[in-house]
Write a protein that binds this ligand. Structure first.
Ligand code: ATP
Length: 806
């Protein structure tokens, strides 16, 4: 409750509504004056930037290499400046704090007092005080021409009290104000009083306090299909996470709606602000679904950050392998489990014996519950004999010889593709020892020369090259995955790891791939491909010829531009390589990563610092202990700092109370976060009569979605079991794009003004983690929730399904 108090506590000191209104207009006027001043200053800066650009262009006309280089650098700097200002011109001033004098009276580089605590004499014995400093907070910092701060960047240390201060620990803050503006116009102000016991004066007049606080105003707004930033109303416990130092691992847990995703995104922006150079290696944000990526993508640009941060769905982390289909739950469980590691190790080596089969007919997408029998893929032969002619005689390696050589080569642990040169060498050794060559000379030098000629002759023979390609092919991860579609082969590789039923299921799931492994992949396949990539290794390729760079022709340029140590092309190549590893990795909805996914993500942050946000109660993975062990392995021995978020900003208390019933069933004893507001609207229950069947379910769902559309301004989400999502999309298509149909696993992390949850029992029965998935579905609404029950939900007389009854 403490955080809730802190979040909502505000004291209003304006006596009646009309004087309140005139005080409000007066204060809006005050902020408008400040905003006008800021815009004047911004315009000056934009003119400066434009002047720089024009001036730079003129220098370019001089035409000497020095002038060209200088022009490039200047245009680059001015371009960045202009871009930033133009982008952040809209709505970038959002806050203000009025503060007491600082303890030591010292000021920092941004012109603000540095001390968090007030000076001893800042408050007089009769509890009156003077405001010594007023700071405006915005998306970027703006200094006046005399270098005094007009706007402080929200991430600067001086802005921290705007977020950290609470009535319990106010520090120097007397009043915190959120300013709402659009373009150049201030629309409103909302104040929170942090030191209500004081009578504070600003420039000789009593400090006015307007409104009920900004948080409630923000939470009540209608939702769109994209997430908004929360920069003007970050709460103290969230701010602690956002500004936590980036050393080692920061772990954040918290129930639904506590702002974990929002905090993760704001933290990325904060870290970049703090140390742009350090994070030039990039920040990776791993999100569970492409839907959540699309939902959150706009937040960082709104905070002025883009380029350095990659937000990727866990199914899109491997280039050229985008997840586009789902596995049934039993198959997902197998593919995500660390048991797969042993199977993949065997497959990566064993697939040498499984050259590509003739193209298999596409089986189409296998999705939940698709039980059709699949055709076995025909198996092609690996060569079992190598014949060459040396010194006029035929020399042959038979199947046993070849097996022995392969065994010998594979006895090391190196990646299979990197062992090919060694395989080639041992083949030549074996051929040589069977040839008559080695008995020809006793002189070692002559013999070595003969041998070297032998190697060269044999290994350049097309016949030998073709043999090597077939016998030790360069394996691609996709090709190995396709090889695993053969049940017998997979059975060999999975011996003592999977039982025959599991093997069969797994093999069948890959019948959707052709012999080269092309075809639809699931999110779990992507992690397996990444693992295989490591197990197989990528052989070194001859370096690509450097592209022609006209700048190279300008003699003397290197001396004029000492910083230009690499060409554009080299730089692009270096960055592409570096981006397989990141400087900081943020994992959202971390509870859902399977052990195999943790390994994949871990590889991208081997030298990184980490922020991991999640909620065990929302995990759709069946074995949390196994996932925790994999997470520990990915993070190694790095020390961890833990935070817990306790307040639910999304769901009204009425919806949170209903969801808590499911939580109690799913994870008895686990605490729900406290909902910060209540709407007075209880969840609604409707059920489809027994005979209604799918038709009835479709009709009722459509009616309930329409009913909610009439009651909220923003979006309506309809959550159904995964194997109903295609159906549900059709049911709801006539209702327009304010309504979205989602499978239960797709709802993760998203939110809507209102939701319809269709057949809780169907969602709960989908997998062993089904109750937790249902908990996720029930916690998506910001205003209203309707639950539609079918017969299997066993609703009572009020339509409440058995799972949600007391
Ligand atoms: N300080 C805040 N001010 C205004 N809105 C907030 C604040 N914190 C969170 N919210 C809002 O609450 C909602 C939930 O936030 P978010 O999605 O980040 O929660 P979450 O913990 O990731 O939830 P879940 O675990 O259910 O996915 C969002 O609409 C977010 O904008």
């Amino acid at each position: 409750m403490a955080a809730q108090d802190a979040a909502v506590d505000s004291v209003n000191s304006v006596a009646d509504s009309s004087s309140q209104e005139s005080a409000r207009s007066r204060e809006i006027g005050v902020e408008q004056d400040h905003l006008d001043q800021v815009y004047r200053r911004l315009e000056e800066k934009i003119h400066e930037a434009e002047f720089l650009m024009n001036d730079a262009a003129k220098r370019g006309q001089v035409g000497t290499p020095g002038a060209l280089a200088e022009r490039d650098a200047q245009v680059f700097r001015a371009g960045i400046h202009l871009n930033r200002l133009n982008n952040e011109f809209e709505d970038f001033l959002f806050g203000r704090i009025d503060l007491l004098r600082g303890k030591d009276g010292e000021k920092g580089p941004d012109g603000a007092f540095t001390s968090v605590e007030p000076a001893d004499d800042a408050v007089r014995p009769d509890l009156t005080a003077d405001i010594a400093e007023t700071l405006h907070i915005g998306r970027i910092g703006v200094l006046d021409s005399d270098y005094s701060p007009l706007v402080i960047d929200w991430r600067a240390p001086a802005a921290a009290p705007f977020y950290r201060s609470t009535p319990k620990e106010p520090g120097r803050v007397v009043r915190r104000r959120v300013i709402r503006s659009k373009g150049r116009k201030v629309l409103g102000v909302e104040d929170d009083l942090m030191r209500p016991e004081l009578t504070a004066t600003l420039d000789g007049a009593t400090l006015p306090v307007i409104g009920d606080g900004a948080l409630m105003a923000a939470l009540g707004q209608a939702r769109s299909h994209t997430m908004r930033d929360i920069v003007s109303s970050i709460q103290a416990e969230q701010d602690m996470v956002i500004r936590a130092p980036a050393a080692s691992v920061t772990e954040v847990s918290g129930g639904p709606g506590t702002g974990k995703t929002a905090v993760a995104l704001h933290r990325a922006a904060y870290l970049l602000y703090q140390n742009r150079r350090k994070y030039a290696g990039g920040i990776l944000i791993v999100s569970p679904t492409p839907l959540l990526v699309a939902y959150t993508e706009g937040v960082l640009p709104s905070l002025g950050e883009e380029g350095q941060v990659a937000i990727r769905a866990v199914g899109s982390l491997v280039d050229g392998a985008e997840a586009s289909t789902y596995d049934e739950p039993a198959v997902s469980r197998l593919k995500g489990s660390s048991r797969m590691l042993k199977v993949l190790r065997n497959a990566a080596r064993g697939a040498l014996d499984a050259p590509p089969a003739p193209a298999r007919a596409q089986d189409g997408q296998l999705t939940f519950g698709d039980e059709e029998e699949q055709q076995e893929a025909p198996v092609a032969e690996t060569p079992t004999r190598l014949r060459v002619v040396a010194f006029g005689q035929r020399v042959e390696l038979n199947a046993d010889d070849l097996d022995r050589i392969r065994h010998n080569v594979l006895s090391g642990t190196a990646p299979v593709n990197l062992l090919r040169p060694r395989a080639r060498k041992l083949l030549l050794d074996a051929l040589w020892s069977k040839s008559s060559g080695r008995g020809r000379y006793t002189d070692q030098e002559l013999l070595a020369e003969l041998r070297s000629g032998f190697d060269e002759d044999i290994s350049t023979e097309q016949h030998f090259v073709d043999f090597l390609d077939a016998w030790w092919p360069e394996l691609t991860p996709r090709r190995v995955l396709a090889a695993m579609a053969d049940e017998k082969r997979l059975g060999r590789w999975a011996r003592r790891v999977l039982n025959p039923r599991e093997t069969r299921r797994l093999a069948r799931s890959w019948h959707r791939l052709d012999a080269e492994g092309n075809g639809p992949l699931s999110v779990h396949d992507v992690a397996l491909l990444d693992e295989l990539n490591t197990l197989l290794g990528t052989p070194a390729r001859p370096r690509r010829k450097r592209e022609y760079d006209p700048l190279d022709q300008l003699s003397g340029l290197e001396e004029l531009m000492p910083q230009r140590e690499e060409t554009q092309w080299e730089r692009a190549e270096r960055l592409a390589q570096e981006r397989t590893e990141y400087a900081h990795v943020i994992v959202d909805e971390a509870q859902d990563l399977t052990p195999m996914q943790w390994r994949m993500v871990g590889r991208r942050g081997r030298h990184a610092t980490w922020t991991i946000v999640g909620d065990a109660a929302q995990s759709s993975w069946t074995d949390p202990d196994e996932a925790a062990a994999a997470r520990d392995e990915a993070l190694g021995a790095r020390p961890r700092r833990r935070f817990t978020l306790t307040v639910n900003y999304r769901n009204p208390a009425e919806i949170a109370a209903l969801a808590a019933k499911v939580l109690e069933r799913a994870m008895p004893g686990m605490e729900s976060p406290a909902a910060v507001r209540s709407t007075g609207v209880e969840p609604r229950f409707t059920s489809v009569p027994g005979a209604g069947g799918t038709e009835g379910l479709a009709r009722t769902t459509r009616e309930e979605a329409q009913r909610l559309l009439d009651r909220v301004d923003g979006t309506v989400g309809v959550v159904v079991a995964m194997n109903r999502r295609a159906q549900a999309r059709k049911w709801l298509a006539p209702l327009g794009d304010r309504v979205v149909a989602l499978g239960s696993l797709e709802a993760k992390g998203l939110e809507y003004d209102a939701t319809v949850v269709v057949s809780p029992a169907e969602i709960a029965d989908e997998s062993p983690a089904g109750l937790r998935v249902l908990y996720v579905a029930l916690t998506r609404a910001t205003q209203q929730l309707t639950v539609v029950s079918a017969e299997r939900d066993r609703p009572d007389a009020e339509g409440v399904p058995a799972l949600l009854q007391d």
